[in-house]
Design a protein around this ligand. Structure first.
Ligand SMILES: [Zn+2]
Length: 164
């Protein structure tokens, strides 16, 4: 790996900011190979595409070249927010080795699925959650900005205590 986790997480957060500026839910994702080269980077585009499945992680995994016959599992996915169940499933199917997220999501994050994973032949990736407090705060702040902008007082109230 060329750089520390914080380098790639900061990249994911820049993408999350881009998402927010285009009225998308603020999530960014960056896929990195074993040498530390970025092979995919994108953000949520639900608003731009008017499609519910256009999450950052799904878009990045589809953008990257992940050949069918390859057994390479040395890829790391960096996300600004803990992946949802759909993206978690895609990560497992794509045989991603490691997922690092800047901010946990207690309301939709799928990391807890690993605790009761019933399929021994489908490998759960290694998780690294919230490795940097400053980046966690930045991701949280982007979410709060989104909720404020979209007048989601319910989500604002739910998320606000997590940064305190
Ligand atoms: Zn997702």
């Amino acid at each position: 790996m060329k750089y520390p986790h914080t380098h790639y997480l900061a990249h994911a957060l820049l993408l999350a900011r881009d998402a927010l500026e285009n009225d998308n839910f603020p999530i960014g994702a960056v896929l990195v190979d074993a040498e530390g080269t970025v092979i995919g980077a994108d953000h949520n585009r639900n608003a731009e595409t008017n499609h519910r499945l256009q999450h950052a992680e799904i878009r990045v995994l589809q953008e990257a070249h992940l050949p069918h016959a390859s057994s390479d599992t040395a890829l790391t996915l960096y996300t600004s927010l803990e992946p949802c169940p759909m993206c978690f499933g895609a990560v497992v199917v794509a045989r991603i080795a490691r997922v690092v997220w800047a901010c946990r999501d207690p309301f939709g994050g799928a990391g807890i699925i690993a605790d009761f994973w019933p399929w021994p032949h489908l490998r759960v990736p290694e998780f690294i959650a919230e490795p940097d407090p400053a980046l966690q705060k930045e991701s949280h702040r982007l979410l709060m900005d989104y909720f404020i902008h979209n007048e989601r007082d319910d989500l604002l109230a739910a998320w606000r205590p997590l940064a305190e």
